[in-house]
Ligand binder design. Structure first.
Ligand SMILES: Nc1ncnc2c1ncn2[C@@H]1O[C@H](COP(=O)(O)OP(=O)(O)O)[C@@H](O)[C@H]1O
Ligand SMILES: [Mg+2]
Length: 322
């Protein structure tokens, strides 16, 4: 297809409708964006594990990987199955206005829209749309291109309880799309300086996305693959992160521990830690660390639901005051 030609009138109508729903207080929070401007900080591992944990509680979950990497196929073991489409369904929804249909159910209640190389066309289209938008004098036309994913996701959001977006670190247009489509962001980070720089990049994009998506909130930062369980070291890292966040949100209580062997085994087997922890085939040491990692993800999923409930309550209070 020719790029730079997606008609945005549908997108603009969808964005007007969601702003209307937000102003009426009836745009439920469902979409969790897992984001950091840096790669290798655990976005894909965390989004697959959290999505699986939430699906296990009976929630209907849609997991969308907005990334050319297509790592979820490894995380969920769908490589080579009909569920792995290299991002085709996602690209067709964004570029051709087709419904955003999952390729299938990777686990009971867990529906997936994979990423993959088909997203290259999407990224190119987004750059074209952004260039065209920059030439417009109309504020709505300047911003509408950022809502292409929001419009596609809003059309299917009534079908799910939770939608998890795993977003590529390197592509600014994709990150803006995800932040406009999302209701809450969760930011995994390691403690090194470049991951923390990635965090500040997200903060800037957050502010841009909020122009179209005023309801967007930061759920919190997740300290990922922490090498040390020492309270003193963790506290120092937490203090640094709190400083980076400048009061915008907290650091989640639950951290994800560093257990490389367990992480490698998960991708090799195509199972999330909670699933593999129950496997009788693992050697005892690996099983112990797998169980511990699974526990981290289970607790984090609960903390995410708790943080979401608090945002829901704040929304309800605001609505009652109006
Ligand atoms: N708990 C963990 N401890 C150590 N390494 C991990 C852990 N979880 C995942 N990893 C490894 O970290 C790397 C990056 O993870 P990934 O989830 O792909 O990050 P991202 O999506 O942010 O690029 C992968 O090689 C993965 O195997
Ligand atoms: Mg990833």
């Amino acid at each position: 297809m020719r790029l730079g030609v997606v008609d945005l009138s549908r997108v603009k109508a969808a964005l007007r409708r969601r702003l209307q729903l937000m102003s009426e207080g009836v745009h439920d929070r469902k979409v969790i964006v897992i984001i950091n401007g840096k790669g290798g900080v655990g976005k894909s591992s965390l989004s697959a594990a959290i999505a699986a944990a939430l699906a296990k509680t009976g929630l209907q979950v849609l997991l969308i990987e907005i990334d050319e990497q297509g790592n979820h196929c490894e995380d969920l073991g769908t490589t080579g199955t009909e569920l792995a489409d290299d991002g085709q369904a996602q690209a067709a929804a964004i570029l051709e206005g087709k419904p955003l249909t999952p390729t299938g159910e990777a686990r009971p209640n867990l529906y997936v829209v994979p990423g993959g190389s088909a997203l290259q066309d999407v990224i190119e289209e987004l750059y074209c749309q952004r260039r065209v938008a920059a030439t417009s004098d109309d504020p709505e036309d300047q911003l509408a291109w950022m809502g292409m994913y929001a419009s596609a996701i809003d059309a299917v959001r009534h079908l799910y309880d939770v939608i998890v977006l795993d977003v590529a670190p390197g592509s600014e247009p994709l990150q803006l799309q995800a932040l406009v489509a999302g209701d809450m962001a969760l930011v995994p980070t390691r403690s090194d300086p470049s991951s923390r720089k990635g965090l500040r990049t997200v903060a800037r994009r957050f502010a841009v996305a909020m122009r179209l998506n005023p309801q967007l909130r930061l759920l919190g930062v997740v300290l990922f693959a922490t090498a040390s369980a020492a309270t003193r070291v963790q506290q120092k890292i937490r203090d640094q992160l709190a400083h980076d966040l400048n009061g915008a949100a907290g650091v989640m209580e639950q951290t994800i521990r560093h257990v490389e062997a367990a992480a490698v085994a998960c991708r090799t087997h195509g199972r999330v830690p909670q699933e593999l922890a129950a496997s009788p085939d693992l050697d005892p040491a690996l099983r112990r660390s797998m169980k511990a990692l699974a526990g981290d993800y289970r607790s984090l999923a609960l903390e995410v639901l708790q943080a979401k409930a608090e945002l829901d309550q704040a929304d309800a209070n605001r609505k009652a005051r109006r």
